[in-house]
Design a protein around this ligand. Sequence first.
Ligand SMILES: NC(=O)c1ccc[n+]([C@@H]2O[C@H](COP(=O)([O-])OP(=O)(O)OC[C@H]3O[C@@H](n4cnc5c(N)ncnc54)[C@H](OP(=O)(O)O)[C@@H]3O)[C@@H](O)[C@H]2O)c1
Length: 252
Amino acid sequence: MNLVWITGGSSGIGFATAKKFLNNNWKVVISSRNNEKLLIAKNLILKTEDNKELYCYQCDISDRNQVIDVVEKITKNLGDINLAILNAVAYSPNKSQGFIIENYNHLINVNLNGTLYCIESLIKKMSDNNGHIAIISSPVGYRGLPTAGAYGLTKAGLTNLAESLYFDLKKNNIKISVVNPGFIESESTNLNSFKMPFLKSAEYAANKIFKGLTGSYKFEIYFPWFFLMLLKIFRILPYKLYFYLIKKITKL
Ligand SMILES: NC(=O)c1ccc[n+]([C@@H]2O[C@H](COP(=O)([O-])OP(=O)(O)OC[C@H]3O[C@@H](n4cnc5c(N)ncnc54)[C@H](OP(=O)(O)O)[C@@H]3O)[C@@H](O)[C@H]2O)c1
């Protein structure tokens, strides 16, 4: 039975993805900071699934020692990690557009440093078993957007990191993928006050992630297709046109 470790598996996309993998006969480990929330998530999932191979490990990914410890525990107690979905996130929409340094530091600590700590521990464990690491990024990282400075910079960094590791991890026999979802219903997006175009459910995202990561290897998994194609076009526009259009669309 293959084993998947999902960080931030107690809610939103991580929760729905855990359910999807369990349903498809994977051994699943979910982790996040709040143990109570993790256990509630576990009980909810097990209510409807026959496969009971679902395990919870508390871990704050922004704490390097906790990450080293949890990867050690998972491999020792449950076996090799075949796939790691690095999904945990700190999110805070910066509605005021104020430059709040604490907000920047927090998001950098969790989204960037936390993901780096996970990759550091996984490389050591996965080199012998052809592992696969999937970084959940965001199209917000494709280009700068108003009010998204802190979140956007972490996601741009993650996408760039995945591109670099695509080359570097080949020698370790580790595959790397980056997942770029459009707007998905979750605790994070509940904080958004604007109307989210092409909003999809967490189950929709989980289906796309499962298919993308278990079929033939893909570097980037993105959805929904039409919205992401639009964003990819915006990615290659010259600055003058890009800034003009984003100002018009967002009115910010
Ligand atoms: N929803 C969207 O529209 C959307 C779009 C594009 C990309 N994404 C990406 O998809 C991923 C999942 O997003 P989501 O919207 O489903 O998130 P969510 O529902 O807000 O869930 C976030 C998860 O991360 C955990 N978490 C937060 N800080 C943590 C930390 N320091 N260490 C470990 N776990 C931590 C939370 O649990 P605890 O609080 O218990 O730690 C929770 O399980 C994120 O990487 C996000 O950037 C989402």
